[in-house]
Design a protein around this ligand. Structure first.
Ligand SMILES: Cc1cc2nc3c(=O)[nH]c(=O)nc-3n(C[C@H](O)[C@H](O)[C@H](O)COP(=O)(O)OP(=O)(O)OC[C@H]3O[C@@H](n4cnc5c(N)ncnc54)[C@H](O)[C@@H]3O)c2cc1C
Length: 459
């Protein structure tokens, strides 16, 4: 099993498992950054909040396997957004992320977050063309990025966009910090408490099929929504898996970098216990579709040594994130009819700042305040053309993978979500489902959903 740099030696919060049925104003399911920050904001407003986390700790799932860049520079997104949304809406997306980051950083110390510049760069003509379009979008939206070819990288770039004064964080410590603040504000956080059933009509969730938590409002902050069928998110979210490495280095970079070339590469440094680490990652594929994932790690390991003249990485990890057809996450009521059940998903690998936006949108909705970005993040927004195309593609993809599993992997365990045959992931030693991204450890325990029950390894 590979290890994330962020989980090495991290202090764990001492939290209990749910042992009795409860009532609350707001039940938050999932203790990643989305759930924790939402719980913190709601508890601060005086609501009675219960957060249920299926793992043994909070902040260790996707949040603890990210790169830890906290920036509104979300890849080359603005050129895409202005093709689908109005310029005003695209600018709202940027402003919502900037504001949410600034608000959250007010309570954060230098140990958990540092200021750096964010760069998007290209080393190929194809990438440069993409950056040219992004630069044009920055100009139209009046975003504060500068074009430059000067970077600290040990190779030339053809073009780059620098966004000054952004942040990078230790994502797990950042999440733990907010978990402590949420508890201080009165939130009750339970670990090892997996929600296995959601009965929306009864306003109740069940932990391990036994204990009941009754709520007025429910926030499904489970990364991929476990109740996804309701709002048809199951047919709208595509999931990409990517790879990261960390190796000891001697100097910290002043910037954090992302290439727009194919395959893409991400670069930053981090200081962990006074030791600088160089973090290098990239490449992606549809979650659950590759068995020989060790080759992704090997490619990155070789590049760290050959391109950056650094030792072989000590830490190797990977993670996945769902994305939406129009690139803006789904944050808000799961359907128009269920205004007290919220989801937050589809972050497209930019879920650290988008988790903070999600916390603000959902907590505002619950306390009946209007958030400036709630319409563009609304899961029921009308993007008929591209959403329909995405749904047709995904339904085709799922049916093909379901059939392929029964034709080629009859001995692989069946996913407990909808019964697709899983696939062994040799780099991470996990069973991964290609249909909706559920993952299980080698003993069959759930690592991430939408599945909520362990695998039957004899199925
Ligand atoms: C390789 C990679 C690098 C990334 N780097 C960045 C980056 O640099 N910057 C950035 O902004 N974004 C980044 N992201 C995206 C970001 O990490 C995620 O979008 C974000 O962490 C998601 O947070 P979350 O709280 O929604 O999910 P998670 O952190 O996954 O938390 C969800 C929680 O819900 C729990 N859960 C699930 N089901 C249940 C259940 N049934 N009952 C109880 N609990 C349950 C899980 O155990 C988990 O703890 C990256 C993503 C990837 C894949």
């Amino acid at each position: 099993m590979q290890n994330s740099l962020w989980l090495a030696g991290v202090e764990k919060l001492s939290l209990n498992k749910l042992s009795t049925s409860l009532n609350c104003d707001v039940c938050v399911v999932g203790g990643g950054l989305t759930g924790i920050y939402t719980a913190y904001l709601l508890a601060k407003k005086g609501l009675n909040v219960v957060l249920l986390e299926g793992n043994s700790s909070v902040g260790i799932a996707t949040t603890g396997h990210s790169t830890g860049k906290l920036t509104p520079q979300h890849d080359a997104i603005f050129a895409k957004l202005i093709k689908t949304f109005s310029e005003e809406e695209a600018r709202t997306y940027y402003d919502a992320n900037v504001n949410a980051i600034n608000n959250a950083l007010q309570n954060i110390s230098i140990d958990v977050s540092q200021k750096v510049d964010s760069y998007l760069y290209a080393t190929t003509e194809q990438g440069k063309k993409q950056l040219d379009e992004e630069i044009e979008a920055y100009k139209r939206l009046k975003l504060p990025g500068n074009e430059t070819t000067e970077t600290e990288l040990p190779f030339d770039v053809l073009s780059s966009i620098k966004l000054s004064n952004t942040s990078q964080i230790h994502p797990t410590n950042f999440a733990l910090h907010y978990a402590k603040l949420a508890i201080k504000e009165g939130a009750n956080i339970y670990v090892n408490s997996r929600v296995t059933k959601v009965v929306i009509d009864e306003k109740t969730v069940y932990v391990d099929d036994e204990l009941e938590v009754s709520y007025n409002n429910l926030v499904l902050a489970t990364h991929y929504p476990i109740e996804a069928v309701k709002g048809l998110q199951i047919a709208k979210l595509s999931i990409e898996r990517s790879y990261l490495t960390a190796t000891r280095t001697t100097e910290l970079l002043k910037g954090q970098y992302l290439s727009v070339d194919t395959p893409s590469r991400t670069i930053r440094t981090a200081l962990i216990n006074n030791q600088p680490y160089f973090i290098y990652g990239g490449s992606s594929h549809k979650a659950g579709t590759i068995e020989e994932t060790h080759s992704y790690y090997e490619t990155l390991q070789n590049e760290v040594v050959s391109k950056f003249d650094l030792p072989e990485p000590e830490f190797l990890w990977s993670a996945q994130d769902p994305d939406t057809a129009d690139s803006i996450p789904y944050v808000g009521p799961i359907t128009d009819n269920e205004s007290n059940v919220y989801i937050a998903t589809g972050y497209r690998k930019w879920g650290l700042s988008n988790s903070l936006v999600a916390g603000e949108i959902i907590s505002s909705a619950i306390t009946k305040e209007k958030h400036a970005a709630s319409d563009i993040y609304n899961p029921s927004r009308n993007q008929f053309g591209i959403t329909m195309l995405r749904m047709l593609n995904l339904i085709g993809f799922t049916v093909a993978n379901l059939a392929d599993g029964y034709l080629t992997r009859m001995d692989a365990p069946k996913c407990t979500h909808l019964g697709c045959r899983t696939r062994w992931n040799d780099g991470d030693e996990t069973w991964d489902c290609p249909c909706h991204g559920s993952r299980f450890d080698k003993n069959g325990n759930v690592i991430e959903g939408p599945a909520v029950y362990p695998l039957d390894l004899k199925s």
